[in-house]
Design a protein around this ligand. Structure first.
Ligand SMILES: [Zn+2]
Length: 216
């Protein structure tokens, strides 16, 4: 323990207890591991079947706390913690994406203005770094008229999601893309992003999320 640690001990971001770990204590880490999503889902976009992997089940209280925390805090340690978890998934199940371009589902303008940063962007950046041979690019941006998905019903989400994103530039897109976001609910936002990417030249996509939830 260093001098600095004695006077400014690290507190677990989830329970507040003093911890020697990287921002998440052992007990909260165990609770997150216990909420691991056991299978991945598939979203279909046209003829394509896109695998979607999540680290955790959103219904777990500790997972919910983590997702809420990330919206408000730009804490590098926590993004590094999660990036390592995503690396494990890629190295175990998705080796073909080792050299892919990592990008993210962009926030709405209003959400960016409220929080000052995009948690999915930070997640994608850190995951690209952790993968070592992957790259990071901002490929998509939100169109200004779309509203937040979380306040909408399933039907409204589908409608709102169509045409919600567009490419940031006219440069050729990478062939393989890892698309990241914090939560997947119906998958309609992810679908809109996948659609935009495949229509413009991307061939292989996998989606990675911190957590997944069933729509109420
Ligand atoms: Zn804790």
């Amino acid at each position: 323990m260093s001098f600095f640690d004695i006077f400014y001990p690290t507190k677990c971001i989830l329970c507040g207890k003093i911890t020697n770990d990287k921002g998440i204590c052992e007990s909260c880490g165990d609770q997150l591991n216990g909420a691991a999503a056991l299978s991945h889902r598939i979203i279909t976009v046209g003829k394509l079947e896109i695998p979607c992997y999540s680290l955790y089940e959103y219904k777990n209280a500790t997972v919910k706390k983590l997702v809420v925390y990330l919206k408000k805090h730009n804490n590098k340690k926590i993004y590094e913690y999660l990036a390592q978890k995503f690396c494990c998934i890629i190295q175990k199940d998705l080796n073909q994406f080792n050299n892919a371009c990592v990008t993210f589902v962009p926030r709405t303008k209003s959400s960016l203005q409220t929080n000052g940063f995009d948690q999915a962007e930070l997640l994608a950046k850190e995951t690209a770094k952790a993968l070592k041979s992957a790259s990071f690019q901002k490929l998509l941006r939100r169109k200004s008229h779309t509203s937040e998905q979380k306040f909408l019903s399933r039907q409204e989400r589908e409608k709102n999601a169509k045409n919600m994103v567009t490419l940031r530039s006219k440069n050729a897109l990478p062939k393989s893309v890892i698309l990241m976001d914090d939560v997947i609910t119906t998958g309609s936002t992810a679908k809109a992003c996948v659609n935009e990417l495949v229509q413009n030249g991307t061939e292989n996509i996998v989606c990675l999320f911190i957590s997944e939830t069933a729509l109420r």
